[in-house]
Design a protein around this ligand. Structure first.
Ligand code: BGC
Length: 780
């Protein structure tokens, strides 16, 4: 059904069987390797041609002034942008006396494979130079999930028929020239040659470059070491200058002979450590990696992924594309978060420079749910990063005249970088997403240490924010006025239902955490009066409702607004924000992305089934999905409302967002939240996973096309396996003490020795809802 797929459909890998230079940038994102600390785009080994060269280090950014046409109080003045750091991927090749460059000569074959079980990117190609020399090149690359500073390449060349002279230049390259961007020229200027040289070194087979950013003052060190295997006569030399360090390997190969270079690359950065300390740090990382060498790294990678898949795999029967896509998604989400270690997880992970490398609520609201149940250690790290930015968030809150902490809408190091406050600072719901992630993580792991060290404070400071942002009216109702919810086609609205319900959960969770940890609460200055005020606000939280229509309002007065002229909007006018003024979008009923519908997923218990059906039917024809964060949420709620085929189509959209480049911007990096949403659509949609207090509940139900869905979850030291068929669901406790869950509302206790089988009831039947013209998901 889907035409022009660039990749073959296989269960455990993503394979591209021919090189298409027109979509090179997209494939560089799809083939990106990362561990959350180091990110290498899938650029070709020889550096050129490229779509977008990209080597990133989590947290490394440059500052630039933020432009405003008119001044205003409290506008963030300094922007942060991810920078392309020293590139350790480069291995150039000279064949006889011609450069191996795929734009010349004849490419006989070219195949790249992202192996999701081995965690490597493999490339095999055969090329005939313009002068007629045929060679075979094979490279394998990894970014280590176990040794976070390390990436490595194994590179091999062999002649196909005749004696060939080859030269491999293995390089570290800083300040690569990037393709021109359209954005703000001041930001672009900050990014031209962002790194100032501090040290270059090349001795024997070892290379090192140390640089520093101009404004943000971050020191970046990258070093490489090599193992060279070639026939007798193979020789090496090395040299360096400010921005390039190079090992040159020369050899003459007879047919049947090979030249192989193993390159280990170590990365480090710091805002405080000295140049010698940084040089030592990367040298030490190299020394550690050299012990096991390439083979050791490859083996560790496989073991780590075996463990991950045993905890996280999702099996999908009946749809090979979704099967592949969900594993691709899990792999990339793991890569984004695995070793981020107290740095932000950006919306694009470390796969591209889209969104300037910023992290949004995407992390807590979309990425962390998946990681909580599959790789919880990384969730603690991500939330500790948020915690480490509390001072900046408190400062921001004070600047806005509020209490507690106001986390930024978009950032790299913690301060607000959004220059558009109606869809930036006013989107206070990011704070509730942080709190929700804290509650989910602590409830699912019982990690008391985290709760005491970071969790309670995050809940307290966000609760303080809500209490000061909202107010009780004369009737006692609590309102949060003038904020922007998830739907960015409405702004500065009163009582956004999603925000209010999430704030309510946040206020209650803070009060409960303080009860559990009275000493911690006292340290944070919380007294009984304060937590009582939180509970009062939560109990009195106002939720706008239209009685005539019998639906919840996205925000007060939303359903009274004029409807968008959907019939008069052409397909090429989407996304609407690029073709219509925000002014007009804001005053009409048109929804960019799930908002009230998102509330029915994240605050599921608040809505009875009748309202889920009615609300979904009301908002579906208004929702245009101009954000990649929408389809997965619509999938979950469509499944709950019994629209299983629609849920299935939305799952397909979330799953194929990047493999099919559905939004035509995969070139800038992957949509990590949408990838995570693939898991959410399957597990929370067709699996019906919901958190009800400390109990997990399931409401499984499959669409016709799926014969089977199976997934594993980690919970309180246990491993639970859920297998869903068309009529039956089986719950198996793989390890740990007995666990009580719910299946379609009934309590079930699962023990390791005896799987529990339950019938899957028929879904509720409601008339199929409609989408705006031209905006239905692609039918699967
Ligand atoms: C969405 C936001 C999201 C951001 C980054 C925007 O288009 O509307 O909700 O956080 O993209 O993914």
């Amino acid at each position: 059904m889907i035409s022009d797929r660039s990749y073959t459909v296989e269960p455990w890998c993503v394979r591209e069987t021919a090189l298409n230079l027109d979509v090179l940038a997209q494939s560089e994102s799809v083939f990106a390797l990362s561990n959350g600390h180091v990110g290498w785009r899938g650029n070709l080994d020889e550096g050129e041609p490229h779509g977008l060269p990209g080597s990133y280090l989590g947290g490394v950014h440059e500052l630039h002034p933020l432009p405003y046409a008119e001044a205003g109080y409290g506008y963030p003045e300094s922007g942060q942008t991810v920078i392309n750091v020293t590139n350790g991927k480069v291995l150039r090749l000279l064949v006889d006396d011609e450069p191996f460059d795929l734009r010349y000569g004849r490419l006989v074959s070219h195949e790249r494979t992202l192996d999701l079980r081995r965690g490597v990117l493999e490339r095999v190609c055969e090329w005939i130079s313009p002068a007629g020399t045929a060679i075979r090149v094979r490279s394998t690359r990894l970014v280590s999930l176990t040794q976070r500073a390390i990436a490595a390449v194994s590179y091999e060349v062999e002649p196909v028929e005749a004696r060939t002279r080859v030269v491999i230049q293995s390089e570290l390259v800083t300040n690569e020239q990037l393709p021109e961007t359209k954005g703000d020229p001041r930001a672009a200027k900050a990014l031209q040659s962002p790194l100032e040289p501090e040290e270059d070194f090349a001795v024997g087979r070892r290379l090192r470059l140390v640089h520093r950013t101009r404004r943000s003052g971050l020191r970046v060190a990258v070093a490489a070491d090599h193992v060279v295997e070639g026939p007798e006569g193979t020789s090496t030399s090395s040299e360096s200058n400010e921005d390039v360090a190079r090992l040159t390997v020369t050899s003459v190969l007879e047919p049947g002979e090979r030249l192989r270079v193993e390159k280990l690359v170590a990365h480090g950065w710091s805002g405080t450590r000295s140049k010698p300390a940084m040089s030592d740090q990367v040298e030490a990382a190299l020394a550690a990696a050299s012990v096991g060498g390439w083979a050791g790294l490859a083996e560790e990678q496989r073991e780590t992924l075996d463990d991950f898949w045993s905890r996280a795999d999702v099996e999908v029967g009946g749809d090979e594309e979704i099967q592949q896509a969900v594993r691709f998604a899990l792999f990339h989400v793991l890569q984004a978060g695995a070793r981020a270690e107290q740095r932000a997880i950006p919306a694009k992970g470390l796969t591209g420079s889209g969104y300037d490398g910023h992290a949004f609520w995407d992390t807590e609201a979309f990425v962390l749910p998946l990681l909580t149940y599959t790789a919880p250690e990384s969730v603690a790290e991500a939330l500790r990063w948020r915690h480490s930015t509390l001072d900046a968030a408190r400062e921001r809150s004070a600047q806005l005249g509020l209490r507690g902490a106001a986390f930024p809408w978009r950032t790299i190091e913690g301060s607000e970088c959004s220059a558009y406050w109606p869809a930036g600072t006013a989107a206070f719901h990011v704070n509730a997403a942080v709190a929700d992630a804290v509650v989910r993580y602590t409830a699912s792991t019982g990690d008391e240490q985290f709760e005491r060290e970071a969790g309670v404070e995050l809940l307290v400071e966000t609760a303080r924010l809500w209490r000061s942002l909202g107010h009780h009216d004369h009737r006692g109702d609590f309102h949060i006025d003038g904020v922007t919810g998830p739907d960015e086609y409405s702004a500065i609205a009163d009582d956004n239902t999603y925000t209010n319900l999430m704030a309510r959960q946040n206020l209650l969770a803070a009060a409960e955490a303080c009860e559990r940890h009275p000493d911690r609460a006292a340290q944070l200055g919380v007294d009984d009066e304060e937590s009582a005020a939180w509970r009062d606000a939560a109990d009195a939280m106002y939720v706008p409702y239209n009685r005539e229509l019998g639906v919840h309002e996205q925000h007060e007065g939303f359903t009274r607004h004029q409807r968008w002229d959907f019939a008069g909007t052409r397909p090429d006018q989407y996304p609407l924000m690029l073709h219509f003024p925000y002014f007009d979008l804001y005053r009409k009923q048109v929804v960019k992305q799930a908002d009230l519908v998102l509330a029915m997923y994240t605050c599921a218990g608040f809505f009875d089934e009748e309202h889920v059906a009615r609300n979904f039917a009301y908002y579906e024809p208004l929702t245009v999905r101009d954000s990649s964060l929408s389809a997965c949420v619509q999938a979950v709620v469509a499944a709950r409302a019994g629209h299983l085929e629609l849920a299935y189509d939305y799952t397909g959209e979330a799953a194929l967002m990047d493999l099919e480049d559905l939004e035509h911007n995969t070139r800038d990096g992957l949509h990590i939240a949408s990838l995570a949403g693939t898991w959410t659509a399957l597990v929370a949609g067709f699996g019906g996973l919901r958190r009800e207090g400390d109990v997990l509940s399931f409401a499984p139900c499959l669409p016709e096309r799926l014969s089977r869905l199976a997934f594993n979850l980690q919970l309180l030291g246990r491993r639970l396996r859920v297998e869903i068929g068309p009529d039956k669901a089986t719950y198996t406790l793989l390890s740990g003490p007995p666990l009580t869950i719910r299946h379609h509302g009934t309590q079930v206790t699962v023990r390791t020795e005896s799987p529990v089988l339950r019938t899957v009831p028929q879904p509720p039947a409601h008339p199929a809802p409609e989408q705006p013209p031209h905006r239905s998901p692609i039918r699967r």
